[in-house]
Write a protein that binds this ligand. Structure first.
Ligand code: NDP
Length: 464
């Protein structure tokens, strides 16, 4: 999926064309990064016209260039004594409003383009939360899937041996992402603590027993559903009784499903890289508990769901011209929660033909530019990733605050703050879109609202 990009959409004004032409020339072959920047630049043209100081100070040109990119070798030994060499990265994109903050992704598809797109998006997402966190992202082309716990530990220790030189509670605070869950955060944190001889809040997503925030695992999925509920509320609607499509079956998909069930919706699908399941009866809390054990403890495949629940049908993954059949299941709402570019223009067309009127993105950049255009054309309530999935990083920032104060907030307290942050993001997007003449458009709203705070901070701090 990640290889399929949205660079088919090359329309746009002369300003966007010129800007993208220069960017593509100086960062060739970084298709995902170009896709993420193109969307933002398209939204910002109107802002740059209204605020000439941004152009004069070349804020956008500075913002698309990471402050620092670190790439390093990670050497580790598997259980058979074979030596492996992987690449590690940390993209420290922008620290104008706070320490770099963003997850680590361990997946074979990771390269600089993927991490630059994720880091770039993170700048705006973190700004939207209203919390003092800058943007960064990192990871490796190592995939934990199929590796023993001991192998994952050795990899994490080797990775952190280099990364620890570049991070710190006031400098850069990584967290999880695809392939980096509680187990990996534990191994990474342990190695950082050993090497630095300090117990500080250098990583978030920690176990609550040793410094983590309650509700951090749930935060991205719950936050995404809260954002969806906010969008629906603008039309006087709720999730009650809605049939929902969820892709993925990892952290974000699981807690999205949990919150949809709690708010009275019905989740019909889940997936992994091997295929997807369709359960016409809906995934209830008992079935979700089975998925959580399958994925988080036994580390099995989603195909086992259909063996356990015979009314559900398993479909191996296909990549035909007619798109991903998961998005052809009739439903009211879609929550893409797996990976980038998983909804193409073809998929988006199937969704609108089936009357899906709400899309809230748990995954980062899951919809191609062609797909977004279809949603806009058909008036779909579309919550883009940088707004809809910001709940995870918001609770990570809460974890930093709790660690700094040696305090622990209750689950209810964190949930209440998360709800307020998601409602605040929603309102900022609506307001920014309205001010700049794009009423109801959350793509423009999120890009504009996320940009201005960082841009102003950069100007105030001088030419750096
Ligand atoms: P997990 O590793 O927990 O789960 C990822 C899920 O997506 C798995 O089911 C995985 O299947 C599937 N998947 C991953 N890559 C592919 C692929 N190329 N093709 C098909 N399926 C794939 O990750 P998360 O749930 O944490 O992350 C999911 C998305 O949410 C990502 O886009 C991430 O950036 C985003 N996100 C996550 C946040 C968080 O707090 N965790 C915060 C904000 C955004 P398999 O197991 O087979 O690989």
């Amino acid at each position: 999926m990640s290889t399929q990009t949205a660079e088919t959409t090359h329309c746009g004004s002369a300003f966007v064309q010129d800007f993208m032409c220069q960017l593509e020339n100086c960062s060739p072959g970084q298709a995902e990064f170009h896709q993420a920047v193109r969307e933002v630049v398209t939204s910002l043209e109107v802002v740059l016209e209204a605020r000439p100081e941004y152009r004069k100070e070349r804020v956008l040109e500075r913002m698309v260039e990471p402050e620092r990119v670190i790439q390093f070798r990670v050497t580790w030994m598997d259980d058979e004594g074979e030596i492996h060499v992987n690449r590690g990265y940390r993209v420290q994109f922008n620290s104008a409003i706070g320490p770099y903050k963003g997850g680590l992704r361990f997946h074979r598809s990771v390269d600089l383009s993927v991490l630059k797109f994720l880091g770039f998006e993170q700048i705006f997402k973190n700004s939207l939360t209203g919390l003092p966190i800058g943007g960064g992202k990192g990871g490796s082309d190592f995939s934990p899937a199929g590796r023993s716990d001991a192998e994952v530990m050795r990899f994490c220790q080797a990775f952190m041996t280099e990364l620890q030189r570049h991070i710190g509670a006031d400098t850069d605070v990584p967290a999880g992402d695809i392939g980096v869950g509680g187990r990996e955060i534990g191994y990474l944190y342990g190695q950082n603590r050993r090497l630095t001889n300090s117990f500080t809040g250098t990583l978030t997503g920690r176990d609550p027993a040793w410094g983590g925030s309650l509700l951090r695992p749930e935060a991205t999925g719950y936050g995404c559903v809260y954002f969806a509920a906010e969008m629906l509320a603008t039309q006087g609607r709720t999730l009650e009784g809605m049939d929902c499509l969820v892709s993925g079956s990892g952290n974000v998909a699981q807690y999205t499903t949990e919150k949809v069930i709690e708010l009275g919706g019905r989740v019909l699908t889940l997936s992994d890289s091997g295929g997807w399941i369709h359960d016409p009866d809906g995934i209830d809390t008992e079935k979700l508990a089975f998925v959580m054990d399958l994925k988080n403890v036994r580390r099995g495949r989603i195909s086992e769901y259909a063996e356990k629940y015979p009314n559900a049908i398993y479909h191996p993954a296909t990549t035909g011209a007619d798109g991903n059949p998961l998005w052809q299941v009739p439903a009211d709402a879609a929550f893409p929660s797996a990976t980038q570019n998983e909804i193409t223009g073809v998929d988006a067309r199937h969704l609108v033909e089936n009357k899906v009127g709400l899309v809230a993105e748990g995954a980062n950049m899951p919809t191609t530019a062609d797909g977004q255009a279809v949603f806009m054309e058909h008036g779909v309530l579309y919550g883009p990733a940088k707004a809809a999935n910001a709940g995870g990083v918001a609770v990570s920032a809460f974890e930093m605050a709790q660690a700094g104060q040696r305090m622990k907030w209750t689950r209810e307290e964190v949930d209440e703050r998360l709800r307020r942050v998601m409602a605040g993001i929603h309102d900022s997007c609506v307001e920014a879109a309205r001010v700049y003449g794009h009423e109801g458009n959350y793509i423009h709203g999120s890009n504009i609202a996320g940009f201005t705070k960082v841009a102003d901070a950069m100007i105030q701090q001088g030419l750096i």
